[in-house]
Design a binder for this molecule. Structure first.
Ligand SMILES: Nc1ncnc2c1ncn2[C@@H]1O[C@H](COP(=O)(O)OP(=O)(O)OP(=O)(O)O)[C@@H](O)[C@H]1O
Ligand SMILES: O=C(O)c1ccc[n+]([C@@H]2O[C@H](COP(=O)([O-])O)[C@@H](O)[C@H]2O)c1
Length: 198
């Protein structure tokens, strides 16, 4: 069965750790492609710092040189709160013969108990879990709550990159460089659009 990866994210902004975990999961799991899906509105985040359109544009620029990477506008076009279960259900209905792999950092997976219809999601998707430096996942607690995860997930150790969008926004606000932390085209877009200055 063909396997396709999904990297959902706020991508505010997208950075090299996103690209690196997507590529790692692609190779380790033999994914035919990784679909990047920027959220319209992340359910657990109070605030976004650029528009959905700008985050989508940065995502397109970031993945342009990798033929195995694609961008889906499914959440941006649906608008409103972006529940992953809605996205997976739609993709699954459209292409039931694909094995869908959600690529998630360990920090994000730790919030799974608070995701909408999490128990159903675990039945529909597989999970590629990437270790995030400085973040210890309580794996046994999660397995206790979602036993199906044991058979439907793979934990991948690397690459370990201590980089976050939060840190990038702080750097930009402080006038510090983000070159070599995000693709050049993304750095140029951020500068042109004057993002993350306030
Ligand atoms: N450095 C990293 N290592 C592993 N996973 C990461 C890393 N950065 C982001 N991810 C994962 O990528 C996905 C999308 O992340 P997101 O767009 O929220 O970026 P972020 O850097 O975590 O943003 P913010 O700092 O604004 O919360 C999530 O599953 C997150 O766990
Ligand atoms: O469906 C939910 O309730 C839900 C709650 C929190 C996060 N998510 C998804 O998890 C992905 C990573 O989120 P984030 O915060 O790291 O950008 C992104 O696709 C979010 O929409 C989904």
């Amino acid at each position: 069965m063909q396997r396709v990866g999904i990297l959902g994210g706020t991508f505010d902004p997208i950075h090299y750790a996103h690209l690196a975990i997507a590529e790692e999961a692609r190779v380790v799991l033999g994914l035919s492609q990784v679909m990047f899906i920027p959220t319209a509105q992340q359910p657990l985040k109070q605030q976004h710092f650029s528009s959905a359109y700008q985050r989508l544009a940065m995502t397109k620029l970031a993945i342009a040189d990798n033929p195995a990477f694609t961008v889906s506008t499914i959440e941006v076009e649906r608008s409103g709160v972006s529940y992953t279960i809605d996205t997976i259900q739609a993709l699954h209905e459209d292409q039931p013969d694909i094995e869908w792999w959600l690529i998630v950092g360990s920090d994000s997976l730790a919030t799974l108990p608070r995701w909408h219809s999490a128990a159903d999601l675990v039945q529909l998707a597989h999970f590629a879990i990437l270790e995030r430096p400085g973040f210890d996942l309580d794996w046994s607690a999660l397995l206790e709550q979602f036993p199906a995860l044991a058979k439907r997930s793979v934990r991948i150790q690397g690459p370990r990159m201590d980089l976050s969008a939060t840190e990038l926004r702080s750097r930009l606000q402080a006038g510090l460089p983000v070159r070599y932390l995000v693709p050049d085209a993304v750095a140029s877009y951020i500068a042109e659009q004057q993002l993350y200055l306030a």
